[in-house]
Design a protein around this ligand. Structure first.
Ligand code: FAD
Ligand code: 2HG
Ligand code: ZN
Length: 496
């Protein structure tokens, strides 16, 4: 049996060189395999009887499910299960719980905190075949679907009916709605549509002992006791497997415009944001920023084109509304003002689809460009806006030429900074210079060490920096209550 290994590869879209990153015992000293059973031949037979022909034991087929998107963590699971129905998920968990077999739920495997892959030999339960839309009501805009539906497929289907999924992110082509809900993903339009805690009306969840928890309500108002489904939104597969969701889907905006602006300083970015909120109000649907270091990356690594003159900071601002003339007028007045006030030095407006897509690519594809640079050290933080870029500068100064890139970008309108570092090869020395410094700096400025990606394996031991000890104790109690044997996604979220 393998021990868990954490790996990092030098990866580029053209070449992937497999360089061993480091073992779990080196990266997470003291982390030991839990007291779980090991999978036997009898277990495989039992799974075969529960989901015939959907029990994968071929190492080659399992391999991509053992490694995360960042190529940062690698598990050594030997079994991948592909249920199609809630009953099958229930049968699987009933069996695993009785045998004390650990399980990792997996959606599209695009998570960025090492939560979606096994640490040791946990059984992988994939939602990839749970991809049925169960119902959609055009009047109420309520969609009910299985957890394995791919976000982009759902959005395409909604577009045909004049609706929009209230969540959008760069991984939309692969991530599953169940994975999105399990991570409480934020994404590019949280500013407009709010978090999944508001858009998800109901969930169906299978608990660790196989119990099917039916909270699949389609009501917008339901004040009958505790709102139990909320517990599972953002629980990262540690409390239950989400099998279906009911989502409130808004009408698709008829008019969408994107402005891309260049600013001389971060304080000008903030002034632009303030102005955008007051002048664009209800039509503002996204306010993202990137620094010039991020722009250099997407230009150099992906060959993307910066449509405006070079500036230290860039803002991507989107408006979505129902009346294009009205929206364009508002946007014109706003753009005149930011230019007149010199808060933006240059800018361009995108109104046709291909130009809108090209501008969005500059922002959405930074994560992809980073993967071409060797080893990536990724941080996803909530910070008070005036402090947001101070941290980037502080770390750039601290790390000097020990790193090849320090880039700051993110969902400024949500107070969410994405801070990334790269080196040609993974370095423990660099990691130790970054962590816990970044987390402590964030906590000292009353931020959160995870704005939207979750804690997973990577940040579980730092939870105390963003949650009080009483909250962490309560979380442990909830985990104990719902999963007394601890079989669901062990080593994740709560301190190892
Ligand atoms: P996975 O990666 O498979 O799983 C994520 C976690 O959820 C794991 O802990 C897993 O065990 C658990 N899980 C998965 N499915 C279930 C289920 N059915 N029931 C219970 N637990 C489950 N995140 C953002 O918030 N905003 C962004 O803008 C954003 N952009 C991204 C861009 C890129 C290019 C990439 C690669 C990732 C991005 N992410 C972003 C991170 C990631 O959280 C999201 O991609 C997504 O929410 C993960 O969904 P998934 O189906 O891939 O889940
Ligand atoms: C994004 O907003 C994603 O692009 C990824 O959340 C962030 O790569 C990152 O750090
Ligand atoms: Zn993000």
């Amino acid at each position: 049996m393998w021990s868990a290994r954490l790996w990092r590869y030098l990866q580029c879209s053209m070449k992937v060189t497999s360089e061993r990153y480091c073992t779990s015992s080196a990266r997470y000293p003291g982390m030991k395999r839990g007291n779980f059973s090991k999978v036997t031949e009898d277990d495989i037979k039992a799974f075969e009887s529960l989901i015939p022909s959907r029990v994968v034991t071929d190492p080659q087929e399992i391999a991509p499910h053992n490694v995360d998107w960042l190529k940062m963590v690698r598990g050594s699971s030997q079994v991948l299960l592909k249920p199609k129905t809630t009953k099958e998920v229930s049968d699987i968990l009933t069996y695993c719980n009785s045998r004390r077999l650990a399980v990792v739920p997996q959606g599209g495997n695009t998570g960025l905190v090492g939560g979606s892959v096994p640490v040791f030999d946990e059984i992988i339960v994939s939602t990839s075949l749970m991809n049925q839309v169960l119902s959609f009501d055009d009047v109420s805009g309520i969609l009910i679907c299985q957890a394995g539906c791919i976000l982009e497929h759902l959005d395409n289907m909604m577009e045909d009916r004049g609706f929009i999924i209230p969540l959008d992110l760069g991984a939309k082509g692969s991530c599953h709605i169940g994975g999105n809900i399990a991570t409480n993903a934020g994404g590019l339009r949280l500013l407009r549509y709010g978090s999944l805690h508001g858009s998800v009306l109901g969930l169906e969840v299978v608990l660790s002992d196989g119990t099917i928890l039916d909270c699949l309500s389609s009501l917008q108002k339901n004040n009958t006791g505790y709102d139990v489904k909320q517990l599972f939104i953002g629980s990262e597969g540690t409390l239950g497997i989400i099998t279906a969701a009911s989502i409130l889907v808004p009408s698709r905006p008829k008019a969408v415009n994107v402005a891309f602006l260049g600013c001389e300083s971060f304080s000008d970015v903030l002034k632009t944001y303030q102005l955008a909120r007051s002048m664009l109000g209800e039509i503002l649907s996204a306010f993202e920023f990137l620094d010039d270091f991020s722009m250099n990356l997407v230009e150099m690594q992906l060959g993307l084109h910066n449509p405006i003159s070079k500036q230290p900071f860039y803002v991507l601002l989107e408006t979505s509304g129902s009346n294009s003339t009205h929206d364009e007028q508002k946007l014109d007045v706003f753009l005149e003002k930011v230019m007149a006030q010199n808060t933006a030095q240059d800018g361009t407006l995108a109104t046709d689809l291909s130009k809108i897509r090209a501008v969005w690519d500059l922002r959405e594809r930074i994560a992809e460009a980073l993967m071409c640079c060797g080893a990536v050290y990724k941080y996803d933080l909530s910070l008070p806006l005036p402090k947001m870029y101070e941290l980037v500068r502080h770390m750039r100064e601290k790390l000097g030429d020990k790193v090849t890139n320090v880039v700051g970008y993110g969902h400024l309108g949500d107070g969410n900074l994405h801070l990334n570092f790269t080196t040609n090869h993974y370095s423990d020395e660099v990691l130790n210079l970054i962590e816990p410094c970044v987390y402590e700096w964030t906590a000292n400025h009353r931020g959160s060490i995870s704005a939207e990606h979750g804690l997973g394996l990577k940040k579980a031991n730092y939870i105390h920096l963003s949650q009080s000890s009483s909250s962490v104790s309560l979380m442990k109690g909830i985990k104990q209550l719902l999963d007394p044997k601890g079989i669901l996604n062990p080593y994740k979220v709560l301190p190892h």
